[in-house]
Structures are given as C-alpha cells and as structure tokens.
Write a protein that binds this ligand. Structure first.
Ligand code: ADP
Length: 629
C-alpha cells in the first residue's frame, strides 16, 4: 500500500498566512499535539470502560522527546491510533479544513490580536515549526495495519504501510530552520510546564536516562551513573477537578502555593462547580490586597478541559474580580473569536453572573458565620466589595448586606446599622442625614476632634476607591449626604436650628473680617465671622465638599467640563470664631500692626494644623513665632 494524493482544499498557501498570524504563538503547536495525544488516550480508556476495547491498556503515559542531531520533536501516545482511512478522514479532511476555515475567517483581520484562534487549528499548527511531519500510527481495532503519513505542509501528502507494532500514534516533527530554538530541553520543558501541567493523562518529557553522581572513584574523582528517570511533569487530577468535600484547607493552600510560589497565603477561596447551563469548574482565591494592585491583576488562569489557554481572563471574569487569583476551567468559552465578540457571548455573560453571585454568596456566608473574623479581614476585602458595589448592580444588591463602614474608633457597621446609629444625632434641620468622613486621620485630626466633641461620628474612607464609593452610596441611600469632616466648620457641617450666636457686634465683626483679610492677603480665601463654641479653634480653614470633589475629579483625569474645575485656584473658606477669646484680644490690641500680626499668626496656626503651611510661609511663621515669644 502506498498512496500519494492531494488534499482537497481551495486555498493555496494557507500555511504562510497561518504562520504570519500566529507568529508570536508558535509554541502552541506543542499544546495542540499533546492535547490530541491526551484525547486519543482518553478515548481508548473510554472504549475499554464501555467494553468496546478488551485488550490490555498498559502504561498510557504520553511521551514528548526531541533529538537535537536529527532535528526532530516526537509526541507519542498509546491512544486509540488511526487506520489509513481514518488518517485520510481526520487529518486530510478535518485538520486541513479547520485550517482553511481559519484562514477564510481571518485573512482580512488587521490585528493579529484580534484572533485568539489558538484553538481550532489543532494538528495543522505542527507546520508552524516543522517543514515535514510524519504520523506513525496503529489503530486499536483488531486486524489494523500500521500506517505512515508524511506531508510538508503543502497540499501534497503521502500514505504508506508502516511498521508500528504497538497501539497508538507517534507524531514526528522535522523542525524547520526558523524553529531550531525549540530543540532545547529548557525551552520544551517550559512550554510543557505552561500548557500541560494539569492535563488528565501523565506526560513524560525528555531523555529517558540521566547522568547522576555515584560517589567517587579511587582517585577521588566523581563517578557518574546513568539512571532511568521518570519525569512525569503534570498533575493529572488538579484540585479543581475534585469535589470540595474531598478537600481540606491544606489542599487549597498547597495548590495556591504551587501556582504562586512567591505569594502570601490567600484570605479565603471559592470552589466553582457548575455543569448546567454551562460547564465551569475552578478555584478562585482572595489574596491580601496590596496597594500596588496593578501587580495583582491578571493572575487568574483560564483552562479548557485542563489545557492551559491564557492568563488573560479580561471579559470572562467581571472587571472587579480581576484581583482574584486561581483557576477557571470551561470548555464553553469560545476561544477562536475576537475579544469584542466574547463580551457579547451568552455563555460568557452567564459565567460572569455566576462568578459574581458565587463571590457575593461566599462573602455573605463569611459575614454571617463569624462577624469578628470578617471585620478583621475587611481591610483586605473591602476594596473588592466596594469595587463590586460600584460596578455591578447585581453585586450591590447583595453587597449592601455585608459592606462595612469603619469609623475613627475602629468600629464596624453595616449600611443599615450605621443609619440607625447616626439618625438621632446627624440629621440636619431639613431632615437630611449627614455622614461625616475623614480621608486622612492625621491631617484632619483637629476637625475630627471637633466633630467627636459634638457627639458626631466620623467614618474612615481613605482607600483609593472611596472617592467613587462615596458618590455611589450617596446616590443609593435615601436623603443622605456624605461630607468630609473638614469641609466646613463643625457648626455648619450639619445644619441644626440651634447654633451658637456670634457675640460680636456688627461693627466688631466687620473690623475683624477686615483685619484678617489684610493679614491673609490672598483673594482666593474668603473670610467669614462665625458663631462657634469658644472651645473651638479661633480660625478654621475649609474647602466646600462639592468644590473639593470637582477638583478631585478634574485631577483624576475628568476631561471636558471637569478640567474647568481643575484650573480654578484652591478656594478655601476661612471661618473666624467670633466667640473665641483670641478674637477679643485682637480687637483690644493697641495698634493695627499688632492686630494684623496676631491675625496672621492665628491664620498660620490654622494652616499649620492642616498641613497647609509650607515653604516661605512656614519659615516666616517660625520667625514671627520666635519674635512673639
Ligand atoms: P481537533 O483535535 O480539534 O479535532 P485536530 O486538527 O487537532 O482537530 O485533529 C483532527 C483529528 O485528527 C482529531 O479529531 C482526531 O480524530 C485525529 N487525531 C489527531 N491526533 C491524533 C492522535 N494522536 N491519535 C489519534 N487521532 C488523532
């Protein structure tokens, strides 16, 4: 039996096109061929289970080896093999038609990234690195003849009778000149580690024996001996394929360590497992979130039936969960479509919702089970939760039950609990609830102090996401407003009916205002005389909540109309406490010069307490203080 033939496809020269598109991804040939070998092996196992194959299965390990001199890479399996007829059908028709289809679909694509096309190319990807490919195979079917198929990637192929005596398939790649880099132990080992580490059939790689030290000889020189090495490189039943009831915490932690050897232990994890309406398994871990969270993104690995596909899970996992680590395995995620298509894919949407729900359920469970422990972890998980609340309406609905607000006394409240707590004290005269918050405990210390003295509560909202979180809950909570504790003098933060009256006469107020304006000598500060408690500071400098927010938005890159606010000078409000003894002292001072100096001193002290006094102004202040002493 010897036969030459022409593969019936229309597109000439598909190979150069494929090669061009997949240039950066040549290494995936190995993933494709090893996956095929694994598939063939699983098929023979299934046939044996079904009683359709009664022979001896034997050792089913898939072997990958290479020969530097002959410039070959060989992938051998003891799977079900193929008859010559099957080669014609599966390889000549299916494999090549897959490739043709691929080219048809993508020949107009401008951007190679547009093509995930990592799958669906299958066997044909061998030609990305080989100038010639041989298949030596013997089918499991009784009375089968071994066959050899050879092809140089063109449409010409040859099939002849082979010599293979045992069941299975050897794929021999004659590596082309451009791809000799693959004839290297470390290179191949690296690729196998990346893609094949969790394949369900044992994979063996390398030379079958290795030299190891064997004591020393008479002259004290090291002796060497050759030993058989059994270098199976994969875990055939990784943790996500098992049932959670068969696993201990140690197993999850050990798996985490194996994925991220440098990582700190995760806080907790969720085991994903669905088979309807889509198939998805996996384990997602919540890491301790570091400030530098860009570094922690993109750590989830995507598999399809235990074959590693990518660690770019953007569009598959909701954006706010990109900080999670771990593994997702789903054969239902379409891999050979462009990214924009992926977002619209029904399965991907369902997967997204499922993961979101699972994460919310887990958090809710932890919260209910042990609130104390949950509170302790809040610093690390708060960021996820807040991000999720902002970006996913579905998550907000669940998340509002277990989102915590922390106050300056390190007490934690749910949204509902907090409302209850501050309702009696922090409702203003128009029935609006005002939540006070601090973004910087040190800088805003004097304001916090004033608020606490008035029996107000102050929240700590100091993480990078809190800006957005504040806006979001404000839009969700009824008749509630959030104000930074330094956005006004304490009497005005929450407007009540009864306030301290300014005890100065109108004339006195006017002259105090003028003295301070002279002392400050900066038009962007507006001066007002307020009636505050004599216990309060004589001078308070604030920026209104809305103004500060606009400025922050402009700073964070809000273009368009926002940039207008960014260009405004920092306009602070200066409140002079008309009831403070110092103001009385200023009024009674002998000369205007002394009055202005005292006013300046009081103003600088206010700047100082907020960390706003720097540079030349600070130097002048210190000098003046020394003189006054
Ligand atoms: P896919 O694996 O996606 O079907 P491939 O191009 O990789 O596409 O392979 C085409 C077909 O060739 C496979 O479906 C299978 O029937 C057959 N085949 C490939 N490799 C082997 C192998 N090692 N043993 C047995 N059959 C194989």
């Amino acid at each position: 039996m010897q036969e030459k033939g022409t593969i019936s496809i229309h597109t000439e020269n598909i190979f150069p096109i494929i090669k061009k598109f997949l240039y950066s991804d040549h290494e995936i040939f190995l993933r494709e061929l090893v996956s095929n070998a694994v598939d063939a092996t699983q098929k023979i196992k299934r046939l044996a289970t079904l009683g359709q194959y009664t022979g001896d299965l034997g050792d089913l390990t898939v072997e990958v080896s290479f020969d530097e001199k002959k410039k070959t890479i060989t992938i051998s399996d003891k799977g079900l093999g193929m008859t010559a007829e099957e080669i014609k059908k599966y390889i000549n028709q299916i494999a090549f038609s897959g490739a043709t289809e691929f080219v048809e679909k993508f020949k107009d694509a401008k951007d190679a990234n547009e093509i995930i096309g990592k799958f669906g190319l299958g066997f044909y990807s061998a030609f990305m690195v080989a100038k010639n490919v041989e298949i030596h195979t013997l089918s499991y079917q009784e009375g089968s003849e071994p066959a050899i198929w050879t092809c140089d990637g063109s449409t010409e192929f040859e099939i002849k009778k082979g010599k293979k005596k045992s069941r299975g398939t050897d794929i021999i790649l004659h590596v082309n000149e451009d791809s000799v880099e693959f004839l290297d132990k470390w290179k191949l080992q690296g690729i196998l580690d990346k893609y094949c580490k969790f394949l369900p059939i044992p994979i063996k790689f390398g030379t079958k024996s290795e030299s190891v030290e064997d004591g020393v000889d008479d002259k004290g020189e090291k002796k060497w001996k050759s030993v058989e090495v059994d270098n199976i490189l994969n875990t055939t039943a990784p943790i996500w394929t098992k049932s959670p009831s068969d696993l201990q915490d140690e197993d999850y932690l050990a798996f985490y360590k194996s994925l991220y050897p440098m990582g700190e232990d995760p806080l907790f994890w969720i085991h994903l497992n669905v088979d309807y309406p889509f198939n998805l398994t996996g384990v997602l871990y919540f890491p301790k979130v570091k400030n530098d969270f860009e570094m922690q993104r993109n750590k989830i690995k995507l598999f399809s039936r235990q074959v590693f596909i990518t660690d770019e899970v953007k569009d598959i996992v909701p954006e706010f969960l990109m900080l999670l680590h771990g593994v997702i395995d789903s054969p239902d995620i379409p891999l050979n479509v462009s990214r924009s298509f992926l977002q619209a894919d029904g399965n991907v949407k369902k997967i997204n919702n499922y993961i979101t729900k699972k994460v919310a359920d887990k958090l809710s469970e932890l919260f209910k089970k042990d609130r104390k422990v949950y509170e302790e972890k809040w610093n690390d998980i708060g960021l996820f939760v807040k991000y999720g609340m902002i970006s996913e309406e579905k998550f907000y609905e669940k998340g509002k039950e277990f989102t915590l607000l922390k106050n300056t006394k390190e007490e934690y409240y749910t949204l509902d609990e907090y409302r209850e707590k501050v309702l009696p004290t922090q409702t203003d005269k128009s029935e609006q609830l005002v939540y006070l918050y601090s973004t910087d405990l040190k800088k805003q210390d004097s304001f916090i102090d004033s608020a606490l003295k008035k029996e107000y509560d102050v929240l700590v909202l100091d993480s990078p996401i809190d800006n957005h979180f504040i806006q979001h809950i404000e839009s969700k909570l009824e008749k509630t407003q959030l104000k930074r504790v330094d956005s006004d003098v304490v009497e005005k933060l929450i407007q009540k009916d009864s306030t301290y009256a300014n005890l100065l006469t109108e004339d006195q107020s006017k002259s105090v205002k003028e003295l301070f304006e002279k002392a400050i000598a900066n038009k962007t500060y507006s001066v007002d005389i307020e009636g505050l408690s004599p216990e309060e500071m004589p001078v308070t400098i604030t920026m209104e909540e809305w103004m500060r927010r606009m400025k922050e938005m402009a700073q964070n890159g809000g273009g368009g109309p926002m940039s207008f606010y960014g260009s405004l000078p920092d306009s602070y409000k200066v409140a002079i406490n008309g009831n403070h003894p110092l103001v009385d002292k200023i009024l009674k001072a002998d000369t205007e010069e002394v009055q202005v100096t005292l006013a300046k001193q009081a103003f600088d002290l206010a700047l100082l307490s907020q960390g706003l006094l720097t540079g030349k102004d600070l130097t002048a202040f210190v000098k003046r203080s020394v003189e006054l002493i």
